[in-house]
Design a binder for this molecule. Structure first.
Ligand SMILES: C[S@@+](CC[C@H](N)C(=O)[O-])C[C@H]1O[C@@H](n2cnc3c(N)ncnc32)[C@H](O)[C@@H]1O
Length: 236
């Protein structure tokens, strides 16, 4: 059974996602009771990519989110260090460069792109899995054009503490049991629960974005704060 620990060793994280790639999208729908589709629509609206723009979808996984950014004609680079996840997505879209999405293998901590390449950069459910999130946020800023924007979609915390405790109970107890019905790699879903519980809340993540150099940082909650969308701009 392949799972990562909270030290987020890159080799363990990549191997874990390789091992669950084939069932990744199905499990997302099941475990979120279909809410993931609403979250993804909210990300597409927040990124607001249009024709002529180049978007980086970092930690793109199978690229479920990447394809939606092409709706108004933008081109998308789907970057991830799990070749297994990228491969599953490429097979679904008909190639490693198809339907406006180009897959690139790369590490969030040292992105394989020149400075000021992208009009918009985004990362969904990926930043929590990166060993050094602030370094990833600095790298995202480096490859963004001046005036460009960042949207981070990540699990977060429900601001009402007693409700957040009940939700954490679901995460730790029920989620891995439900996952067991669909996958042998229950360790990956124990890691999911633990990493969400361990992740900073909305103001703390906003502070990280600011420390990494992003300006005009703001966030909004989705599904009562189960997920939060953080936004920032590169101003200089
Ligand atoms: C939970 S999946 C999210 C996939 C996709 N963004 C989505 O919304 O479904 C997290 C992804 O982050 C990738 N990832 C984690 N750390 C990374 C790193 N340092 N560099 C590149 N990708 C990374 C994993 O390989 C995995 O595909």
């Amino acid at each position: 059974m392949t799972r990562a620990e909270l030290d987020k060793s890159p080799a363990d994280v990549a191997a874990m996602f390789d091992s669950i790639a084939a069932r990744y999208d199905l499990l997302n729908d099941v475990l979120s009771l279909g809410e993931d589709r609403q979250w993804r629509r909210a990300v597409v609206r927040a990124v607001e990519a249009y024709s002529g723009e180049l978007v980086l979808d970092l930690a793109a996984g199978t690229g479920t989110s990447s394809l939606s950014f092409t709706e108004n004609g933008a081109k998308v680079v789907a970057c991830d260090f799990s070749q297994g996840m990228l491969r599953v997505g490429a097979e679904q879209r008909g190639g490693a460069s198809a339907q406006g999405v180009t897959c690139v293998v790369g590490d969030a901590l040292a992105l394989p792109f020149a400075d000021e390449t992208f009009d918009a950069v985004t990362i969904s459910f990926g930043l929590r899995n990166v060993q050094d999130p602030e370094q990833a946020l600095r790298e995202l800023r480096r490859v963004t054009k001046v005036g460009g924007r960042l949207v981070v979609c990540e699990f977060s915390h429900i601001p009402v503490r007693p409700v957040d405790r009940i939700y954490s109970g679901y995460l730790m107890a029920a989620l891995p049991r439900v996952a067991r019905l669909f996958t042998r790699n229950t360790g990956a879903y124990e890691y999911l629960s633990e990493s969400i519980a361990d992740w900073p809340d909305q103001p703390a993540l906003a502070a990280r974005l600011q420390r990494a150099g992003w300006s005009r940082v703001a966030w909004r909650n989705l599904t009562f704060g189960v997920v939060a969308l953080h936004r920032g701009y590169r101003e200089s």
